[in-house]
Design a protein around this ligand. Structure first.
Ligand code: PGA
Length: 260
């Protein structure tokens, strides 16, 4: 995988937004897999700024969700559907029909998971999947010990993840226990994986994912299996990487026209 160390979160957001813009210039109806949480927000802000400035046209872009809470009432502001509509679909000026996500309110959750997994394939597959990383090494909501071959399914959140996400709710009790997440096998089918991690709190998870063994204990280590995976980290999140100097030198030597 390629590891790119940037000075701060803003620089990471701009770099990844440029990769998304380049993809949209090449393929205007690309299917973009978007992540939620705090980390990717600078990406969406930078891309929306490019759209407003007219340097990229996102009108035909399609967007799909990585995961969703189970059981939140329709329209709940913290459902990932609401978050993606608010942070991505509206700022980019996309139509609501350009957007795909799993149905976290379905009566038959298992069937909803299978339908979403199928829909991603039928849509031609994800061109670029954005990822965050949990402090426990999760990607999507694939918590430690998730099968590296898993498909979209229901998962139970660890207490750590519920605590990490409690800041989006009024109290920890309101954070759902269950989620639908694209499986690790599903995520690995995207053509390009781009993981952004910022802040010292992610340093340990990043080091384990990038330099540790491939293991279901660290779901993000599955990126090691992907032929086109990019990990963008700020200095704080890179602070435990043994190969940081090598990663810096490699990226500095890369022809700039290659992009991410
Ligand atoms: P965060 O979440 O960006 O809010 O830290 C990342 C994740 O849990 O994948």
């Amino acid at each position: 995988m390629e590891v790119v160390i940037v000075p701060d979160a803003m620089a990471g957001g701009e770099l990844i937004a440029e990769a998304l813009a380049a993809l949209l210039r090449r393929k205007p109806d690309a299917l973009l897999g978007v992540a939620t949480g705090s980390t990717p927000l600078p990406i969406y802000q930078a891309l929306a700024a490019q759209v407003r400035a007219g340097s990229v046209d996102a009108a035909r872009a399609r967007v799909c969700q990585l995961d969703e809470y189970v059981g939140l009432p329709a329209g709940h502001p913290e459902s990932y559907r609401s978050v993606v509509l608010r942070e991505v679909v509206e700022p980019l000026g996309l139509g609501a029909d350009s957007f795909m996500g799993p149905d976290g309110a379905a009566e038959d959750v298992q069937a909803a998971c299978e339908a979403y997994d199928r829909a991603l394939r039928e849509a031609g597959g994800v061109d670029l999947q954005l990822l965050g990383i949990g402090t426990d090494g999760h990607i999507g909501f694939n918590e430690p010990c998730s099968s590296l071959a898993s498909r979209t399914r229901i998962k139970t959140l660890t207490q750590q993840t519920r605590k990490d996400n409690a800041r989006f709710f009024d109290s920890l009790d309101e954070v759902p226990h269950h989620v639908i997440t694209q499986g690790i096998g599903t995520i690995l089918e995207a053509r390009h994986l781009v993981l952004l991690a910022t802040g010292a709190g992610k340093a340990d998870a990043v080091a384990r994912a990038v330099e540790g063994p491939l293991t279901a204990l660290v779901p993000a280590s599955a990126l090691q299996l992907h032929p086109h995976a990019t990990v963008v980290v700020d200095e704080a999140a890179a602070s435990r990487l043994k190969l940081a100097d090598y990663f810096r030198a490699t990226y500095a030597a890369k022809p700039h026209w290659q992009g991410l």
